[in-house]
Design a protein around this ligand. Sequence first.
Ligand SMILES: [Zn+2]
Length: 441
Amino acid sequence: MRKLVTWALLLTLLCGANPVFAQGNVADKYRSGMIERFVKYAQIGSMSDYNAEWMTPGQEQIAQALYEEIKSFGLPTYLSEDKYIYVNIPSNLKNRKAPVLGLSAHYDTTPDILGNGVKPQIIKSYDGKPIVLKNNHVIDFESDPYLRNMIGKTIVTSDGTTNLGADDKAGVTIVVTLLKTLAENPKIPHGPIQVVITPNEDVGRSAERLDLKYYRPDYAFDFDGGVDGEMVVENFSAYGVIVTAQGVNGHQSYAAENGYRNSAKPIADLIAAAAPAENLPNNSRGDQGYIEPHHIEYNQAKNTHAVDFRLRFFDQQEGKRYMDRIKQAADSLQNALDAAITVKVTAQYENVANGVKPEALGMINQAMKEAGVTPKPKKERAGTTSAMIMAKHGFGGYTVFTGQNNPHAFTEWLSEEDMFKAYKVALNLVKQAAQMNASDK
Ligand SMILES: [Zn+2]
């Protein structure tokens, strides 16, 4: 009896002295449960819908299931009216205040491709041959060079009649498995942790009804990225600008006398002035942004023409240039053509680099290194949940890999190994944050 106690004490001391070693062992215990969990989520059809007022029934179903699962771990879990799932875990550190670590993922899948009725296929020790799915969809090395790294490993695909939904049920699996780990291993030291699992990411609305009372971390990491080591450290800022010209009714032939004004001409001239060919999407690559007059709408009843511009850029100065050009053109055309022109600007997402604390990069680099992962920072020519949060709430975060490949396609697949590595990264982030002082921020 006495001997047993001594051993237990020794083990605790060892673990305390070498937390990396201890966490590695802890992580392995949860690996097999991850695939099971992922498959369970993939089978709940939870597509979001551009036309929905807010929720779809499938999203509601998965939100409820996630809420109940996390709550069963005994963690402080809250399902909001808008079906965000929040978990706020208080710090277990004594005598010290660590910064708040935030982790997020989204449970909806894209409305762009059928994602209900998913039949996940688990392929264990993949043999390297082309994977032929229903309806002649094929996943092979040619279409997917990264697949070469999966020989002998476990991957998951759909049966080809739907997408898989690894975007972002891989992320949800990672976050939920982390929560289970923390609940079952109360000795893992951690500061305050805030988790949010959101709806409606794939319709660009995941930040829309986010409640900052439950999610306003010092350091935020979104688990919704691609392959091993990938992390999005910058993304496009995106602005929608709608310029409307108001026409005046009357007979054209007597326009000089009756004040008749056409609403098409100001819009045509404005597009020419604000969006020259060299700034169109087809002439933009790498770090360069663009300005696109995406479509024009004529409203006969109101006698208006409106152009919907899409602005995308990494560099704020570049964005400002595009914006200024639109505004200047609107002003001068208003005078020259004697037409009423209005400009409406909407921020859709914002480059997270403009709102990430500098220590975040060191945290994620270290967390990856300790998980045996080489960090591959990336600039994404698109938006992310973090970018939507950044635009709406002014704080940014990096997007971390999850093992999802080919999102929004029948050939979407998941790397079990990458998903597990990302979970280890999440666990290491907990450790990183716990070692920092709240005053460090
Ligand atoms: Zn996603």
